[in-house]
Design a protein around this ligand. Structure first.
Ligand code: ATP
Ligand code: MG
Ligand code: MG
Ligand code: MG
Length: 437
């Protein structure tokens, strides 16, 4: 992609309305644009990152056996009257009336809708377990939408739902999600720590929030350093086997948000293992039994021929919030530092002197060869000052930058820079390409 034609409206000034670094950087890099309070358009650079994150979420859900579907954003109020939540949900719910005066709403979550699909489709315990998920926009009329996409009103969520015949089976579905969430966030370069959570308005008796540590987090959290240092991607995972020992090993060390905090337990930890920090909630899993299946009549015929309400859980990931959260965890004074797995492009190409024939020939060759090799690049071919080009590359945070200058172009070399470390290397064109594919 050529930067001269790429739609990336960067800002020179730091937007005054943005209170936290991820919001400032997303606006400055031209990733998003606010259309009204807490509602954003995703411009091409931001949309690329959103899709990368969505794809990692999808792969890890599919890997543990969840099936993707797509439910609508607009729902009928009647379903929510059946569960009793239509009145309980309050002002966070955006209520809509259609031309026939029917009460509709923009879904803030989908327990009712998925339970309705399930009860019309599944009759026997033999068809269980079922785990269904979708990645869809939600609307919550937050009292204080703020921090850009971190607390929006319209936001993208992965929400999944499990249906099982009994508590033991439901626990297995819960464990699959627990482990897949650890992997999902780790693949994005994040350390997300599972913390026992209150079950809140969804109700039920087992729940964990997945929290990443960042100064700008909205809640105070406490945990054992052992959890921060652990790397789940190094641990073999067999979804067909018993996940309980693995889940136990993650839930035994102390970890709690302020609502669930037990200072006596925490202070019993050796001082060097105590971590007190601010946290951002990026995922949340619940087991809530028959809270929806019982009132809504989602029953299956059990092994003894009797109808039993199914045991359910629900599992959310804040896909759009993650874009901001990843920046909170990965930036420096010059801008964003994307982890490789979610970067909008793998590398930038900086042509220092587009008016120099050798430079341009080499930059064009590089751009073409990387494209043929399947490496996505953003090629800065604009007639700008070198300083401005370096600043733009640093701001948008691509993992690698390849600089082509007049001296190197004569000698057949380029400079390869790693954004995360600032390390620079002079390499032949072939060696630089080999490094990036
Ligand atoms: P919060 O405590 O931040 O208000 P929540 O507990 O209300 O979030 P859940 O109902 O657990 O949210 O939804 C699942 C996930 O959706 C959350 O873990 C979070 O990552 C994301 N999410 C929730 N509300 C928002 C929002 N307003 N903007 C962006 N993402 C959100
Ligand atoms: Mg909330
Ligand atoms: Mg919460
Ligand atoms: Mg939550």
């Amino acid at each position: 992609m050529r930067l001269s034609s790429f739609f990336m409206p960067t800002l020179k000034e730091t937007p005054a309305e943005a209170q936290i670094v991820s919001h400032r950087l997303m606006l400055r890099a031209g990733m998003i644009r606010q259309s009204s309070a807490g509602i954003y358009s995703w411009l091409p650079l931001g949309f690329r990152v959103l899709k990368r994150i969505e794809q990692i979420v999808r792969e890890e859900q599919d890997a543990h056996g969840a099936q993707e579907l797509l439910m609508p954003t607009i729902q009928s109020a009647d379903l929510w009257r059946e569960s009793g939540r239509y009145d309980d949900y309050g002002k966070e719910m955006l209520r809509i009336t259609d031309r026939h005066e029917r009460d509709m709403l923009y879904g803030p979550t989908n327990e009712e809708l998925i339970t309705d699909i399930f009860r019309h489709s599944v009759r026997s315990y033999r068809q269980l377990p079922q785990i269904l998920y979708h990645i869809q926009w939600k609307f919550r009329d937050e009292v204080r939408p703020r921090f850009g996409v971190m607390r929006g009103r319209e936001f993208l969520m992965k929400d999944g739902y499990s249906f099982d015949i009994d508590k033991d089976a439901a626990r297995r579905s819960y464990n699959r999600h627990f482990v897949s969430y650890l992997r999902t966030f780790a693949r994005m370069g994040l350390k997300a720590i599972p913390m026992r959570a209150e079950t809140g308005p969804i109700g039920g008796d087992l729940s964990h929030e997945f929290i990443i540590l960042a100064e700008t987090g909205e809640s105070e959290v406490f945990c054992d350093r052992a959890l921060v240092e652990r790397d789940v991607l190094q641990e073999g995972i067999d979804y067909a086997g018993d996940l309980q020992p693995l889940v136990d090993s993650w839930t035994e060390p102390y970890a709690a948000t302020e609502d669930m905090h037990d200072s006596a337990l925490y202070e019993a930890l050796p001082a060097e293992r105590r971590v007190q920090a601010r946290g951002i909630e990026v995922g949340h899993i619940f087991y809530f039994g028959t809270k929806y299946s019982a009132p809504m009549g989602a029953v299956v015929v059990g092994p003894d021929g009797q109808d039993v309400p199914v045991e359910m859980g629900s599992y959310g990931i804040g896909v759009s919030r993650l874009v901001g959260a990843i920046i909170e965890a990965n930036h420096d004074d010059a801008g964003i530092v994307w982890p490789d797995a979610v970067a909008p492009f793998r590398a930038g190409i900086i042509n220092l002197k587009p008016e120099d024939g050798d430079c341009t020939a080499m930059a064009e060759t590089l751009h073409g060869r990387l494209r043929s090799a399947g490496v996505e690049t953003l090629y800065d071919d604009r007639p700008e000052r070198a300083g401005a080009k370096f600043a733009t590359m640093d701001l948008i945070g691509l993992p690698w930058a390849v600089t082509v200058g007049p001296r190197g172009a004569k000698a057949g070399t380029v400079e390869l820079k790693r954004r995360a470390t600032g390390e620079k290397e002079e390499l032949s064109l072939d060696a630089a390409i080999a490094r990036l594919v």
